[in-house]
Write a protein that binds this ligand. Sequence first.
Ligand code: ATP
Ligand code: MG
Length: 474
Amino acid sequence: MGSGVQIRRINFGLKQKIWTTITIVAVIAIVFGTGLTYYLYEKFYVEKQKETLVMQGVKLQKFYHQALNKEEFKKRVQWTDASSDAKVIFTEDPMVLSAGIPFDELAEKNLITFDERQQLLAGKKVIFIREHPRFHQDILAVTIPLLKKGQLAGALFLYMPLAEIYEPFTSIRIVLTVSLLLLLAVVILLGLKMTNRLIKPLKEMETISQKMSQGDFSKRIEVRQTDEVGNLASSFNTLASSLEAVDHKRREFLQNVSHELRTPLSYMKGYTEAILDGVAGDEKAVRKYVSIIHNETGRMQRLVHDLLDLAQLEDDSYPMRDEPLPFAQLISDVVERFALTAGQKGIKLKQHLDEDIIVNGDSDRLEQVVSNLLDNGIRYTPNEKSIDITLRKEDSYAVLAIHDAGPGISKEDLPKVVDRFYRVDKARSRKEGGTGLGLAIVNQIVRKHHGELTIKSEEGDGTIIAVKLPLYDE
Ligand code: ATP
Ligand code: MG
């Protein structure tokens, strides 16, 4: 047919979608986290160092004005230089001051710009981060002017290589990188586990539903979670089970129907062939064959009729009349119709009916119930015995009990006799014309009348079949 080649579109599956989301979120979180750490470090740590430098500088500036002599001040400067992380330089060389290189004569470039020097001259502090002209490393520096009578007499220069400031941060950076990598690994691992847990049942459902569409209802999903996906999986299993049950029933039904039809059809075929081939012989034999064919046709007709009936009764929307009926009257009408058949077997039909009982229901259907039950009773009761038909009130129910003197039904068979096509003695009931649908129909009708069908039987002591129907109430 040429349709074997399947074009697979590259589709973004659920797994990829979840993965992309997780990855994007993780990357954003990591980038943001790193940025924030750098920013906070810069803001608090570097700022703090700057403040310390300024503080030290301001302290020295104060001391400059208080000091008794220059030597004392220089000592103090040296002491600060030695005892802190900062490098402290003091100069009062007017040359250096005007050249703007207060800390290193050897530098080729001026560290302090012209503008900044103007600021110093105005008595303002100058703070900057800049490359050291000689050591070629970034430094954080604070320059503090020392004024005497409004003149710039000297300057204090405090600085720190930036690398030193950032040094503690390098170790933090390693910890940060390692923990971020670990975090990433955990996110990826958890993500992988989670998506697999999520996707697996869905994938299974997909496979199983494909199998189901091909008629295989036997597969189930293993339910591992209690979340929505788990619930979906167990609902899916329930669905599969009911579909399987329906499928099983359907097959069984078809099997039963074809089995029931096969026997009469083969009889009919055999006898018609015998007649056509002239094997039948004289007219008497032909008549006999035709009568067999007639019987089998009748049997098939009954079967089809009963099946249709049952199908309608099993349909919940099938209408059922609902009117008050004198139940005793209805029963004795049916009993009268069976008088002849019963008489032929010498069976006595004894009625004990409460005439006052009125029930709600469909008279044709209830007649069918009584008729099917009596038919069974007479059919399965030996000659010359009797059948008791009792109708009485029990609470708000009418109870019709038909007690025969037949062979009874064994405990194993009891629950099954109401099933479609179920017959205790297959060969015997076939001979007697039964298809095993009678009690199934009775059960459906009683159910539709909100009643109850109970069968009590002791093997050898006959059977009591009781139909319990709600009494009519205004
Ligand atoms: P039909 O469809 O013609 O009624 P059937 O009588 O075989 O056929 P059911 O009426 O459904 O089918 O009964 C099912 C089976 O239950 C019977 O084949 C029979 O074996 C058993 N059974 C029913 N009623 C009695 C009874 N009163 N005594 C003993 N066995 C019974
Ligand atoms: Mg029957």
